[in-house]
Design a protein around this ligand. Structure first.
Ligand SMILES: *Cc1c(COP(=O)(O)O)cnc(C)c1O
Length: 333
């Protein structure tokens, strides 16, 4: 039983994972705030991948990434008085934009701690949303320490990028849309960093598309979520991927508790495979994916032969590529 296991495991989540009821409530909270994102197919991309693939365009969200679904749900569900004291979070980028966007939409003060030398596109977007941006630490774990101190100092709510049930319920609404529009999928590939998106996919699939395989994709340069899932325990690993949405140095307990029971498979791809997939997104689908946003395409290429004649969906989770990143992926191929 998950609950008995959770009570004894050293990395037991502090909160319960959301269920499909929470996801349905999240969808109601998002109505009128976010439009459903398009689901499209591209014959030229299919030829590249050797499979029929549907692309869910979360890169077209107002913040350029799927995470805004979770941020809006979390901020909307905070009590008024708590919201007035503000939120503090830490992130490599898209989570920061999500929380900053949601804080602005709900009138909450917001501070975001990012590791030094952030993606300039993401840092500028966070500032433009009116959040206070603090650069601290050489990686996300060090940024977290600063965020914890700031939150304690200000009496603000610390928002974890991984261990928040409302974020999981919020991002799961992308998969409600996906499975409603394409109920006959054989597999969906989900890029994984902290694991909230994949946990949301698992919760939605269990309720709506139980025969659809949910497959996680992470970079082999930052395999913490993958290795935590394989080991059945949250593990720390080197964190060197260029795809900052996939960058994490450790597994997060709450999403891992969902993935442990429900994820069907988890594949690793190289940063170079991701770069090539970003180029395919541009050249064959006319869409800009950041590295993490193209990782599911790279994963689809890797598993396509397991689903001959099947239908696969990939989530293009984000489009916030830095100028340097765009130059790199158009440079060859
Ligand atoms: C955060 C992020 C991911 C990974 O999502 P998790 O919920 O942290 O696993 C994937 N793609 C993009 C673009 C992201 O910003």
């Amino acid at each position: 039983m998950t609950s008995a296991h959770a009570a004894t495991a050293p990395d037991a989540p502090r909160t319960a994972a959301p269920g499909i009821t929470d996801v349905l409530r999240a969808r109601r909270l998002l109505q009128g705030r976010l439009d459903p994102t398009p689901l499209r197919s591209y014959p030229a991309l299919d030829r590249r991948l050797g499979a029929r693939v549907l692309v869910k365009h979360e890169n077209l969200q107002p913040t350029g990434a799927f995470k805004v679904r979770g941020g809006l749900v979390l901020l909307s569900r905070m009590a008024e008085a708590e919201r007035a004291r503000g939120v503090v979070t830490y992130s490599t980028g898209n989570h920061a934009q999500s929380i900053a966007y949601a804080a602005r939409a709900t009138g909450a003060p917001c501070t975001v701690v990012v590791p030094e030398d952030p993606n300039p596109v993401k840092a500028e977007a966070v500032r433009a949303l009116g959040a206070d941006l603090v650069e601290a630490g050489s990686d996300l774990d060090r940024a977290r320490v600063r965020a914890e101190a700031l939150a304690a100092e200000r009496g603000a709510r610390l928002v974890s990028p991984g261990d928040e049930p409302d974020l999981i319920a919020g991002v799961a609404t992308a998969y409600l849309e996906l499975f409603t529009e394409a109920p006959d999928l054989d597999a969906v590939l989900v890029p994984v960093g902290g694991g909230s998106g994949a946990a949301g996919a698992c919760i939605a699939a269990a309720a709506l598309a139980p025969r659809c395989r949910v497959i996680g994709v992470q970079s082999e340069a930052s395999p913490a979520a993958h290795d935590s899932w394989r080991a059945g325990a949250c593990t720390a690993r080197p964190d060197r991927t260029r795809a900052e949405g996939l960058a994490t140095g450790r597994g997060f307990a709450l999403p891992q508790s969902v993935l442990r029971d429900r994820l069907d498979d988890f594949v690793l791809v190289g940063d170079e495979d991701i770069r090539r997939a970003q180029w395919w997104a541009m050249s064959e689908a006319g869409t800009v994916a950041e590295g993490a946003g193209a990782a599911a395409l790279a994963g689809a290429r890797a598993v396509a032969e397991r689903f001959p004649g099947g239908r696969i969906a990939v989530v293009c989770t984000g489009g916030n590529a830095s100028p340097e990143e765009l130059r790199r992926c158009t440079a060859s191929d």
